[in-house]
Design a protein around this ligand. Structure first.
Ligand SMILES: [Zn+2]
Length: 68
């Protein structure tokens, strides 16, 4: 999760560099991040222009994200 949007890794290698928006394929959203998997909160490159609103998540007591 980054700035209310969720991203997933597109690298199959052990170290994940490039992350794309969860709606990259279905929503054709072009937003992406470049960050190391150890420090996803500190992207080295950010392109966070989304073509959609951020998904609404509910955070449980356990700290899990549930898509509403
Ligand atoms: Zn997006």
């Amino acid at each position: 999760m980054f700035r209310k949007f969720s991203y997933h890794c597109v690298n199959s290698k052990s170290s994940c560099i490039r992350w794309v928006c969860s709606k990259n394929k279905r929503g054709k959203c072009k937003a992406y991040l470049k960050a190391h998997s150890e420090t996803p909160d500190v992207p080295t490159e950010i392109f966070d222009v989304h073509n959609h609103e951020p998904p609404i998540y509910h955070i449980t007591k356990e700290g899990d994200y549930i898509k509403v």
